[in-house]
Write a protein that binds this ligand. Structure first.
Ligand code: GUN
Length: 283
């Protein structure tokens, strides 16, 4: 029987630790504030944003909400971001993605001050991660590292295969694993002999967005399998990239979907909000 990695329980543990940290900071007179910007009314984004605000409330972080109409221009949005950059009582700025198609996402991300980039999407944050300097780290991959560490799974020296090369998950995931001294391979849709490559992994991390694509033929006996995918199966039920029923018997540890990586993303966002205080202190 594989160890089922309980992301809900681990994220709760982290949120409770963060709650203590915010209380201690408040005693020293420091309040933490996250500005959350949503443009348009995409229902999935609405759910994510609500959950982020709830997480803030639980841990004692103040959240400021900006709900802008679909037809907001890039200029209006970057003006708001720049105003929040200048506001000393705002520690973190989060612009929920995706943005409506007429707004250039990269330009908006670049407008966020790197000192307030709690999503870790700004090119400065990405660059800092790749050269091992302090900076914000993208929340989902940071959450995966926490899941592994808090489940007692060693990363150093392991063969890790990351399936997927997105800027938000795959690439920063590979960098973080490298920072933990793993041997890292990034595989993707053009990788030849994919099953052969993924079967080398001691730790396999999937972020492809294809429901139940990963069956046991992709997995080495005894591997740790971390499923970042959040998809809907043919019956409309939430499922990951991994066919859990098929893979669970052959691996040593596995994350379920839902209840695995998902809850960790918000916990790490809240952690970044608290970390932001350190980056914002004058040197
Ligand atoms: N949309 C989906 N995931 C994320 C995320 O982690 N941050 C932001 N800002 N938007 C998202």
């Amino acid at each position: 029987m594989a160890q089922i990695i309980d992301g809900k329980a681990i994220s709760m543990q982290i949120k409770d630790e963060l709650k203590e940290k915010t209380a201690a900071l408040r005693e020293q007179g420091t309040e933490i504030t996250l500005a959350v910007i949503q443009v348009g009314d995409d229902p999935a984004s609405g759910v994510y944003v609500r959950n982020k605000k709830r997480g803030c409330e639980y841990t004692g972080i103040r959240s400021l909400s900006f709900e802008l109409p679909e037809q907001t221009t890039r200029q209006e949005l970057t003006d708001l971001v720049e105003r929040l950059n200048r506001q000393a009582d705002v520690n973190g700025i989060l612009v929920q993605l995706p943005l409506p198609s007429h707004i250039d996402e990269d330009a908006v991300i670049r407008a966020i001050s790197p000192q307030k980039d709690v999503d870790g999407f700004h090119p400065w944050s990405v660059g800092a991660l790749s050269i091992g300097q302090p900076g914000f780290v993208s929340c989902t991959p940071a959450g995966v590292i926490q899941l592994l560490k808090r489940s007692g799974i060693d990363i150093a020296g392991k063969e890790c295969v990351v399936l997927g090369r997105s800027n938000i998950v795959g690439k920063p995931m590979a960098m973080l694993l490298l920072r933990e001294n793993a041997t890292v391979t990034i595989a993707h849709s053009k990788t030849r002999n994919l099953k052969e490559v993924t079967s080398r992994a001691d730790i396999l991390i999937t972020a492809v967005g294809k429901p139940k694509m990963i069956t046991r033929e992709y997995v080495k006996q005894g591997a740790v399998v971390i499923d970042v995918g959040i998809n809907r199966d043919e019956n409309g039920r939430l499922c990951g990239d991994v066919d859990f029923q098929d893979v669970e018997p052959v691996c040593s540890a596995i994350t379920p979907v839902p209840g695995g990586v998902g809850p960790m993303t918000i916990a790490m966002l809240l952690s970044n909000c608290i970390e932001s205080v350190r980056f914002q202190q004058p040197l």
